[in-house]
Design a protein around this ligand. Structure first.
Ligand code: COA
Length: 396
């Protein structure tokens, strides 16, 4: 085996839908979502022989029912991959797809694999967060974690407590900006090229889902102000400044130098480093800070060299804590240029690859930018970051 560089060749996703009975995917199985995404991705690369794929890693946070049964393997069979292509399931909650990418990417890096598919799916309508989970009573009895650690909205309220200068007004303004940026990106046709339409049956029969369902382009600061604070009386976190409950799937194609040459693949970005780090579970949203510091160190670059940031917006306040730490303005144009999870939604284990797909699109549009990062917070107190180099980089 020979070490090789690891590249993100391409990434796509289903349009994201509202979780629950009113959502476009209420009657659609989770495994069908990821299968549609996989077929869509492979159709974009007709010259890639399917038998050349070394492995398929698919993440889901709730691994039961239509998200269970080793979904990487079942989805591969359903997507028509040859039987010789293996697959497996991954779980690191919100960073599931990110971990699919780092895990298969690592296998490519040491030369064990040449090509892999990595992604994730979460149908939060069919699999509500935490449903059927059975946390060990020791967690609370022995005060291993605070009760707040088990409710993500409460962890966001805790960040407001910890950093009082990250006010609700700032969180609301960040959220409105996310909605506006997402609407502008849609208007300019920047999101649609990487969406794989999904046929789904709803109250009015079958239809084709071609765009994200949850966006609220009409959002205003005034409209945000009166919203309920479901996680705490008189709190700061609302449906407006949190990511909504979402159904969706994402998938990426990763390859090493050898396969790029052999199959004529065109890379969009190179993986430079990655890191996952644990933090206090009750303020899990700050996880991206130490993860980014560690990943930057491994890549041998500084935060000032990062030209584009894709930060998962689980909650506005946790993104603000990241920006505040690195002395980046709330509305810095390098951050989430096409909008984020507050607008598009956050189908937990699939979001990591949405960040990469959007970063890759921005890299293509900005060949003067050399480095970017994707980062996200993770339940029970973790953060994950990948540092990427723009394959379209043309120097300044
Ligand atoms: C916050 C949360 C509880 C809200 O759930 P919900 O109440 O079902 O959300 P809704 O979409 O019905 O929105 C609630 C209200 O806010 C309004 N609203 C939502 N976003 C708005 C916006 N941008 N502007 C104005 N109003 C808005 C809705 O219209 C709705 O109003 P209504 O009650 O008059 O109908 C839910 O989205 C949530 O749990 N999010 C976090 C998910 C999470 O933890 N993910 C993991 C992260 S680690």
């Amino acid at each position: 085996m020979e070490n090789q560089d690891v590249y993100f060749i391409d990434g796509v996703r289903t349009p994201f839908g509202r979780a629950g009975e009113k959502g476009v995917y209420w009657n659609t199985r989770a495994d069908d979502l990821i299968v549609k995404a996989m077929i869509g991705l492979l159709e974009r690369h007709p010259n890639l022989p399917k038998e050349a794929i070394d492995d398929v890693a698919i993440a889901a946070t709730t691994q039961q029912g239509d998200q269970g049964l080793t979904i990487g393997r079942t989805a591969s069979i359903l997507a028509g991959l040859p039987q010789s292509v293996p697959g497996y399931a991954i779980d690191r909650m919100c960073a599931g797809a990110m971990t699919s990418v780092t895990t298969t990417g690592s296998a490519i890096g040491i030369g064990a694999y040449d090509i892999a598919l990595a992604g994730g799916v979460e149908h939060m309508g069919r699999h509500p967060m935490g449903f059927n989970s059975d946390p060990n009573p020791r967690f609370l009895a022995e005060k291993l974690v605070s009760p707040d650690a088990l409710n993500m909205g409460c962890t966001a309220e805790k960040i407001h407590d910890r950093f009082p200068h990250l006010t609700k007004e700032r969180a609301d303004a960040f959220a409105v900006n996310s909605q506006k940026k997402a609407a502008a990106a849609y208007k300019n046709g920047l999101i649609q090229p990487d969406l794989i339409p999904v046929s789904a049956s709803g109250a009015n029969g079958w239809g084709l889902v071609t765009q994200d369902e949850l966006m609220r382009p009409e959002s205003t600061l005034e409209g945000m102000q009166g919203l309920k604070t479901p996680f705490r009386a008189h709190g700061n976190v609302t449906a407006g400044n949190a990511s909504p409950l979402t159904d969706g799937a994402t998938i990426s194609l990763l390859a090493g130098d050898k396969a790029i040459e052999q199959f004529g693949l065109k890379p969009k970005m190179k993986m430079l480093s990655f890191a996952f780090v644990g933090v206090e579970p009750e303020i899990m949203g700050i996880g991206p800070i130490p993860a980014t510091e560690k990943a930057l160190k491994k890549a041998g670059i500084t935060i000032d060299e990062i030209g584009l940031f894709e930060i998962n917006e689980a909650f506005a306040v946790q993104v603000l804590s990241f920006l505040d730490h690195f002395d980046i303005k709330d509305d810095d144009p390098r951050v989430n240029q096409y909008g984020g999870a507050i607008a598009f939604g956050h189908p937990l284990a699939s979001s990591g690859v949405r960040l990469m797909t959007q970063l890759a699109a921005q890299f293509q549009a900005n060949p003067e930018v050399r480095y970017g990062l994707t980062t996200m917070c993770i339940g029970l107190g973790m953060g994950g970051t990948i540092i990427w180099e723009n394959s379209n980089y043309r120097g300044n």
